[in-house]
Design a protein around this ligand. Structure first.
Ligand code: FES
Length: 169
């Protein structure tokens, strides 16, 4: 079994465990999808179909819930998710320049949000409630306030260096 196939099998086992943990109860669809997304970093179509079958609901219902909540992603996300606040205060304080600088650093083209190597996803989000710290950049669970372009680039380059040195582990 290749490393990828092994990782896939392990993830799939995790989905089965999530379903079992929730008693395959259709009323637990949201926490189930949340746990699946935690595992895959998005909701793969074939896994949503599997969840629908396991819960004995229609795939359309699962898909409907997944698309209704902005929190769920149907697209693969990078290992590191960068969120730049584009609320009014952050916008006024230059969040647009941060987005441009990071998109260029990550070589994101067109409407792409995720790098082809699935290392980074760059998103803009609405007000994070920390306007006093505008502009705000969130990297994973870390909130960086009063971020300059240089600082944002340094953060991303540090992550790239760490990933290159440990092979992504
Ligand atoms: S506008 Fe960015 S935190 Fe409020």
């Amino acid at each position: 079994m290749t490393l990828n196939a092994f990782a896939e099998a392990r993830r799939f086992e995790a989905v089965v465990a999530v379903l079992d943990r929730h008693g395959r109860d259709p009323s637990k669809l949201i926490p189930i999808l949340q746990a699946v997304q935690d595992e895959y970093r998005y909701l793969p179509e074939e896994i949503m179909t599997y969840v629908a079958t396991a819960l004995d609901v229609s795939p359309a219902k699962v898909y409907g819930v997944a698309t209704f909540y902005g929190h769920f992603s149907l697209e693969p996300k990078g290992k590191h998710v960068l969120k730049i606040c584009d609320g009014t205060a952050c916008h006024v304080k230059g969040s647009g320049a941060l987005v441009d600088a990071l998109r260029s650093e990550l070589r994101l083209e067109g409407k792409a949000k995720t790098t082809p190597d699935l290392l980074f996803t760059l998103e803009t989000v609405s007000c994070l409630g920390a306007c006093g710290l505008a502009p705000v950049l969130v990297v994973g669970d870390d909130v960086h306030g009063l971020v300059t372009k240089d600082e944002a680039l340094r953060i991303v380059r540090d992550i790239k260096r760490a990933e290159a040195s440990d092979g992504g582990n």
